[in-house]
Every structure is written in C-alpha cells, then in structure tokens.
Design a protein around this ligand. Structure first.
Ligand code: ZN
Length: 147
C-alpha cells in the first residue's frame, strides 16, 4: 500500500470516529462530531451543543436551534484554547461540511487539512478554506476500505 492509500485509510477511520463522537451530541435536529488530529494523535474533540454550564438542550420550544449552540468544530478548537496543546499544522475531521463561521476559526487555528463527511448545499465555508490554501477533502465515511 502506498503512502496516499495509507493516508486515505487513516482519514476514513478518523472520520468514522468523528461520526461516533457525534453521538454524544444531545441536539435533536442534527448531531455533528469533530476531531483534531496532529502527529497521529487526537488532540481535541467536539460535538455540537450549548456552552459549558448551560442546559443540555439545543432547540427552543419551536424546535429552532438556539443561537448560542456551538458547532462541533468550534467546540473542538476552543477546547484547545484551554489545553496545553495547539492545532497548528493539524487535521480537522468533521462529519459535516464546515459553515463559514467555523471556517474562519479553522483558518485562524492554523489547521492545514479538513476532512469532512457530508456535503452541504451552501459551500461558502468550504470555499473560504480553499482560499486560505487549506487542503479540503470530502470522504464518504461508509466507503468500503478495500477497493
Ligand atoms: Zn459551523
């Protein structure tokens, strides 16, 4: 197996781990998971949810997502702000295409690769990442490993 194939297998496996991590989300409408990997170590993780100390409910009475719910990527990146690690040069795995707000954070966090597992109708986040020369890769997490 060559280097590219090995990387693709690793990417698929981390992406599937991110999808399992999304199961932690208590949001009803949508569950998203993210992992930050650097030097083959998971240095941070996140899923969409309300800020620390808030009620574990993402939707209001009308089933609309509350404005203060953090996206999985934002939770993973801000978790690093409280740790001794940093995301410079890392890869972000996220189960859904990043929105434009998270893409700004991804750029500023020094993340160099983004692997995501679900396309979204709006591509402004993805386009912003590409403009910042971040490698953006779409993978289907259900893809069969032995092709
Ligand atoms: Zn977002």
């Amino acid at each position: 197996m060559n280097k590219e194939e090995k990387q693709r297998l690793l990417d698929l496996r981390y992406l599937r781990m991110a999808r399992i991590w999304a199961e932690n989300s208590y949001c009803q409408r949508r569950k998203v998971g993210a992992l930050v990997v650097k030097d083959k170590m998971i240095i941070s993780d996140g899923y969409n949810g309300t800020p620390s100390g808030f009620e574990n409910v993402c939707e209001d009475d009308n089933n609309v997502t509350k404005p203060y719910v953090l996206h999985a990527e934002a939770n993973a990146i801000t978790k690093l702000a409280r740790s001794s690690n940093n995301s410079d040069g890392s890869t972000l795995y996220v189960t859904a295409a990043p929105c434009i707000e998270c893409s700004k954070l991804i750029i500023q966090a020094g993340i160099k690769r983004v692997v995501y597992g679900e396309r979204y109708r709006l591509e402004d986040g993805i386009n912003l990442l590409k403009r910042a020369d971040i490698e953006v890769i779409y993978l289907n997490p259900d893809e069969h490993e032995s092709e």
